[in-house]
Design a protein around this ligand. Sequence first.
Ligand SMILES: C[S@@+](CC[C@H](N)C(=O)[O-])C[C@H]1O[C@@H](n2cnc3c(N)ncnc32)[C@H](O)[C@@H]1O
Length: 395
Amino acid sequence: MDAAAPTAVSFDEASLSQLAATADRATRRNLIVSLRRMADSLEDTTGTIHRFAHLDLERAMIQIGYDLNIFKILVDADGVKTAEELAKDTGADTELIKRIMRYYNTINVAREAGPYKYVATNTTKNLISDVCKAAMGHFWDLVSKEYQALPEFLKKNGYRNPTDETDTALMMGWDTKKPPFQIMLDVPNAMEDFHQYMALRRDVTLSWLSVYPVRDVTAGLTDPDRPLYVNVGGGIGHQCAEFRAQYPNIPGRVINQDLPDTVERGIQAEGVEHMAHDFFQPQPVKGAKIYFMRGVPHDHPPHKVRVLFQQIAAAMAPDSVLLVDETVLPATGVSHIAACVDLTMMGIAAMERTEAEWRALAESAGLELVRLYTYNALDNETVMEMRLAGAKSSL
Ligand SMILES: C[S@@+](CC[C@H](N)C(=O)[O-])C[C@H]1O[C@@H](n2cnc3c(N)ncnc32)[C@H](O)[C@@H]1O
């Protein structure tokens, strides 16, 4: 029986693809999860070995594709490229190109269109997007050393949940005691890749601005000198620019705060001020209507988030709101992406959090978590409105 020819199993791939292409994000994501689950359930030992054993190889080969510009060349060709043509365009040996491309065919990064002929796929197209390039650079150049160090780090610390930001897997991987944003300064392109990734990683339509009642909360404001929106740890100021573009007529100052090296790279947008500020120090902008943070507390362990919240709480007026835009983890069924981000944060002694954990952190700093507005249910992305404990909501 072993020698029997394998039975070809076929199903209607074309109609499934068509259905998937026109489905909404949630349906497509669910389909991917179901298909992967089914594929894994069919796997034998050999399959499991080679699926996990070559994960590092997969990432290395993507990096080589970027270095040789293969993905862009394939997409721009808008048709078939031969191995010889790719070799000529990239300056690599034809034989090397053939070896790389036959591997890409197996991971859908390109598809064979005949012997030594290739076309772009959906994945090739995704890979050439600016956000994908910046993210891949960030994870390859900076984070990969943290992943390598994580097993040794956890063994060394006795498998305690990491909460000490002065002793982390990222530090072990880089053999340094510098904090993450200092390490980035030492790695070529790391700051640029990181801030590009942060600025581009979310579709503008999938943002707090799509769900939060900005007009209601700011109704009645008339003072052009009162700070209206302060983005704390706002990176290069992309969210301030989006806010001002969407609400050009609400009176008040729009201020982007970050570390000096980041503010130096700040984008210039009309009506947006940049300010260097360390958010663990007293907040210099007092009485703003909206203090805002996205993806900031998740970079820090609980005792540091408490300080961060306390510094903002001390600057808030009774009618101020603090909006914390973060992942809010459900008790079960956390998405693959959120689980990966959580473990990546573990490498800097930080974490993703549940609603109960956010609520407790707010309370520990004299704040009250008043309401949650989820704008991306698929990835549990939510903006949490916090107010000074006892302050009345204006809504
Ligand atoms: C994960 S990024 C988020 C950036 C931006 N909020 C966004 O969502 O695109 C965290 C930001 O916090 C900044 N940061 C880190 N430590 C800081 C500190 N002590 N004071 C001020 N900003 C800091 C970093 O430079 C970075 O821009």
